[in-house]
Design a protein around this ligand. Structure first.
Ligand SMILES: [Zn+2]
Length: 274
């Protein structure tokens, strides 16, 4: 649609595309703005679920850890009565921004994607190298060994709750992969984010206000090493002043354009050689 592209600043797109075309190891931090474009309500901010209905209890994880059986019973009950967030998640599909990021990975430009989104849309779009620091709503995780599986592969027997880990010699309690309030983010996920941030030569933040830690730290760590930042966000964020290229647009409009421009440059157009 033409109207969507009308707001894209050609200079900002060109600057970002030049950086991307030269990058050898771009890392992305993708936030809730991308999910919102696929129709998933945000938690915080105007119209956000928590703003309207209140934040969930801060001791969520403690309740789970104290009585996982009770937690699972409640979860199975709740599954019978769909809520607004659940329905939106089930209906959501990857948007052109998700698809474009997967294309940048296939082109060898984007090497890793870090996200706080739990909606699985990056995977559905074809992204392969991902760290979901808040987990994935469609996955389960063992609280002992940290193994993760798509939820449909774990048999849940209402008579034998909680489900237990199927890895050899583990038998740890299984929970939803989504990180609860009060639950530590899995160590492996944080370690991967740190390693990827240490390797990157170009950092992109997309649809995130970059204020929630630990994710907010990664672009700053990269920038302190002299790595250029690209920001794609309709709103100003705390990272805007330090970004080398800022695209003030929705990711679904900006990213497909960037992919086109990167393809042109990689094909031998302006400024691709290093
Ligand atoms: Zn286990």
């Amino acid at each position: 649609m033409r109207a969507v592209n009308a707001g894209l600043d050609p200079d900002a797109i060109a600057r970002a595309a030049d950086l991307l075309a030269r990058a050898r190891y771009a890392v992305v931090l993708a936030g809730a703005g991308m999910s919102k474009e696929s129709g998933i309500p945000t938690f915080r901010g105007e119209g956000g679920l928590w703003t309207r209905f209140g934040e969930p209890p801060m001791n969520q994880y403690e309740s789970f850890a104290t009585d996982p059986r009770r937690w699972w019973q409640r979860r199975l009950e709740e599954a019978q009565q769909p809520n607004e967030f659940g329905s939106a998640l089930e209906a959501a599909r990857p948007n052109p921004g998700h698809v474009a990021l997967a294309e940048l990975e296939a082109l060898g430009v984007v090497r890793h994607l870090i996200t706080q989104n739990v909606d699985d849309l990056h995977r559905q779009a074809g992204q392969r190298s991902i760290t979901e620091i808040h987990g994935n709503r469609h996955w389960m995780r063992c609280t002992s060994c940290g193994a993760r599986w798509p939820r449909e592969t774990i048999a849940i027997d209402a008579e034998r709750l909680p489900p237990l880990c199927v890895e050899a010699n583990c038998r740890g309690v299984v929970k939803s992969d989504t990180v609860m309030f009060g639950e530590p983010i899995p160590f492996d996920a944080l370690r991967t984010c740190e390693l990827e941030t240490a390797r990157t030569d170009l950092f992109l933040t997309i649809g995130t206000s970059a204020v929630v830690y630990p994710a907010a730290q990664y672009p700053i760590d990269a920038w302190r090493r002299g790595v250029p930042l690209i920001e794609v966000n309709p709103e100003e964020t705390p990272l805007s002043p330090i970004a080398t290229a800022v695209i003030r647009a929705a990711s679904g409009a900006a990213l497909p354009r960037l992919v086109e421009e990167v393809r042109v440059r990689r094909a031998g157009g302006n400024g691709s050689a290093r």
